[in-house]
Structures are given as structure tokens and as C-alpha cells.
Design a protein. Structure first.
Length: 405
């Protein structure tokens, strides 16, 4: 069997659900053909005729699937460092938002930036993620809050994949906040449903739509209208749910068949049970929890009890999670939310891929999947979660092709 490339003397974390734990293999190899995995498993039981034009010695390094950041707001202009200082002085997230800061301050800066400026601002954030092994990154709009600016954000997100070896999964988040010129929330939601979602779907600029369902954003009834319109337009859906209060967001996400419900600090047990029945993934965002100095931890015990898959993401954004490190995200999830090492590692690979609806193609090391790899200079997988401010990435592989450091 002739392949394009073969990585040998590798210790694998396959995340194959058919194997125990994280699917660890001490002496493994991976063979790739046309960008997909032809074999991933024990070296001693590999097909005897397996050969490749290029053989790469991993020298005993650990190999995982390429990391997946399944919730980011990567495309924006400006910064909100001043709000960080305000919060340190005692102002709450809601107080800042109601005073015209928060999301709306980023909206003003993003609307004023053209595509070239947005791209220049975004690439360093993307590069930071790639430097730590990310191969797939979800990117939301939501800082335009008008059709022209929202489409501009999504086009910039699409451009990223042409400039870097990365898979970009764009999400339309037009219902992120109420724009300053809006008459009222119901009228704006009607514009999102009637005008923006059809335009986004027709231009094929997004794979999914998202809504911020919260007291300072949109009510469950308004969020439901957006989710229904998005589903009708052929988009997958997800939801910013139960971050600051329990508005029933987890249950609403489940009711609409959402890929994921994200944040979830105030999610109820009934909402979590509904997510389990619907197959909706929980995306936990410890960066925002940390920056906002929240005290209400997501219901991890309930998620475990009901069997809801747990994904992790940076939530990279200018206000509440200026984070571009999935490695630090895992450490925060372990220390703040008490997730295990296995849960953290699965959360930025297999379960993050599931949260994007991409698990059939990425997230595990199994034959037939795209060959996205992260090769690490570590002794044990726990190092990826334990250490802080340390990047042990040796090599990133995207679609079967090793990327330059």
C-alpha cells in the first residue's frame, strides 16, 4: 500500500471512541493518502506492504489530532483594555454594556474598518492559535450588527483560509447585541431574520448562525425566532446560553437542535438533560469566566451525569476573553471548572469537532478522516494541560502536509 507520507515511532492519542480512554498507542504510526488518514494505529499490526514516498520519524513524540477552537470572535477592530480597568474598579459587565461600552464599542470600531484593516488586525490572533497546534477555528461575526458590516466580517473570515493553512468555520452572529440605531429589539430581530440571514445563506458565507440569549441581549422568544429563521435557510444553529442568568437557554438550544450551547454557567439540570436528549454539545469558555471573575461555575457534574459532550474554546474576543491560547484554555478549565486531563484534551479535539458538526472529518485519528495533526515535545499528555505559558508544539500538519513552524 503506497501512501504519500508516513509518521512512525509516534505515541498517539487517537481519541478513537472505540478505544479506552483517549485511545493512546505507545508505538504507533500514521499513514496519509490524498490528505486523509489511510492508517492510524499500532506499528506492529500495520499492513505489511505499507510504504510512503516520505517517512517522518517522530522520535517518540506524542501526536494528537490538530486542535479545534470551536468558539471565537476573531474578526474585530479596536480594543477594550479600558473596560478591563473599569471592571477592576468594580464595574460589572452589564453596567459597562448598558452605558454604551461592551460589544457596542467594538461595533463602532469594526464598522469603521475596511476589509484590509480587519484582516491585518485578525491575522496575528489567528497565528497565535496556529502556533499552538490549532488546525480548525470557528469565527463568528457579530460586531457589525448591520448587513453590510456583518457580511464584511464573514468575508474576512473566509479570506483567512486562503492566507494560512487552516480550516475556518464561519458563523453568523448578527443577533449579538442591539445596535445603537435600532428602534427596539423585536424590530431588529425581524431585520436579522428577514434580511440578514437570507443574504448570508445566499452568499454561502456562514455554516451556522448563533444568538446571544441574555437579559442584556435577546430574550428566549427573540432568540427562537432567529434560530428558526436560520434553520429554514439551511444553516446549522448554536446559542450563547445561560451565561449571566438562567433564561432557559440550554433547553432552547436543545429544542432547536443546536449543535452547541455555549457558556452555560447558569444552565439548569432540566436544560442539561434536554441537551443530552438532543445531542447538543456543551461548549465551556473558561477565559470569559476568568476575565469576568465569575463565581458561578458551569454545571459540570450535571453535564457528566447526563452524558453531554463537553468542548472547550478560547472565546477569543476583545472584551471578555482576549485569549488566543487553547493550551491556557485547557489549564483554566482544569483549575477553574475541575475538568480532568482527559476531558480537557478531548474538549479541544473530538468534542470541539462535534460542536462544529465536523466530527465525521476531523477531531480524531482514524482512517478516512482528514490528516490534521499536532506533534508535541512532551513526556506525558498531562503536560498540555498542566503547564502555563509553555508551548511544546513540534510540528503542525494540515491536510497531510507539514506546516512551516
Amino acid at each position: 500500500m503506497r501512501c504519500d507520507r508516513l509518521w512512525f515511532r509516534a505515541r498517539l492519542l487517537t481519541f478513537d471512541p472505540g478505544r479506552p480512554g483517549l485511545g493512546a498507542i505507545d508505538d504507533g504510526l500514521i499513514a496519509t493518502q490524498d490528505g486523509r488518514i489511510a492508517y492510524a494505529g499500532e506499528a506492529q499490526v500495520a499492513p505489511s506492504a505499507l510504504d510512503a514516498a516520505e517517512r517522518i520519524d517522530c522520535a517518540g513524540r506524542w501526536v494528537t489530532p490538530g486542535l479545534v477552537d470551536c468558539h471565537t470572535h476573531l474578526v474585530f477592530a479596536g480594543d477594550r483594555a479600558g473596560e478591563f480597568a473599569q471592571r477592576l474598579a468594580g464595574a460589572s459587565y452589564e453596567e459597562i454594556a448598558r452605558a454604551g461600552g461592551g460589544i457596542l464599542s467594538t461595533v463602532r470600531a469594526t464598522r469603521a474598518a475596511d476589509e484590509t484593516a480587519l484582516l491585518a488586525a485578525t491575522l496575528p490572533r489567528l497565528d497565535a492559535l496556529l502556533a499552538e497546534g490549532a488546525t480548525t477555528v470557528e469565527v463568528k461575526s457579530g460586531y457589525g450588527l448591520q448587513a453590510t458590516a456583518e457580511l464584511r466580517q464573514l468575508r474576512v473570515a473566509r479570506y483567512l483560509a486562503g492566507l494560512r493553512p487552516v480550516r475556518i468555520v464561519p458563523t453568523f452572529l448578527g443577533a449579538h447585541a442591539l445596535p445603537p440605531e435600532a428602534i427596539d429589539a423585536d424590530t431588529y430581530v425581524e431585520q436579522v431574520c428577514r434580511d440578514m440571514i437570507p443574504a448570508v445563506a445566499a452568499a454561502k458565507l456562514a455554516a451556522a448562525a448563533d444568538v446571544f440569549c441574555e437579559r442584556i441581549a435577546f430574550s428566549p422568544e427573540q432568540a427562537a425566532r432567529v434560530l428558526a429563521a436560520a434553520r429554514a435557510a439551511g444553516l446549522a444553529v448554536k446559542l450563547h446560553a445561560d451565561q449571566l442568568s438562567d433564561l432557559g437557554g440550554a433547553g432552547l438550544a436543545a429544542e432547536h437542535g443546536a449543535l452547541s450551547a455555549d457558556h452555560l454557567e447558569y444552565a439548569s439540570d432540566a436544560g442539561v438533560a434536554a441537551m443530552a436528549r438532543a445531542g447538543t454539545v456543551a461548549v465551556l469558555l473558561p477565559g470569559a469566566f476568568h476575565v469576568l471573575r465569575e463565581t458561578r461555575v458551569p454545571p459540570v457534574a450535571a453535564l457528566r451525569h447526563h452524558g453531554v459532550p463537553i468542548a472547550l474554546a478560547t472565546d477569543c474576543n476583545p472584551g471578555t476573553s482576549p485569549l488566543t491560547s487553547l493550551l491556557l484554555t485547557m489549564n483554566l478549565a482544569a483549575t477553574l471548572f475541575r475538568l480532568t486531563v482527559e476531558e480537557c484534551l478531548a474538549g479541544v479535539t473530538r468534542e470541539a469537532a462535534r460542536a462544529l458538526g465536523r466530527l465525521p472529518d476531523i477531531g480524531t485519528l482514524q482512517p478516512g478522516k482528514v490528516c490534521d495533526l499536532a506533534i508535541w515535545d512532551i513526556e506525558t499528555p498531562a503536560e498540555l494541560v498542566w503547564r502555563m505559558g509553555f508551548n511544546p508544539l513540534h510540528q503542525r500538519v494540515f491536510g497531510g502536509v507539514p506546516c512551516r513552524p
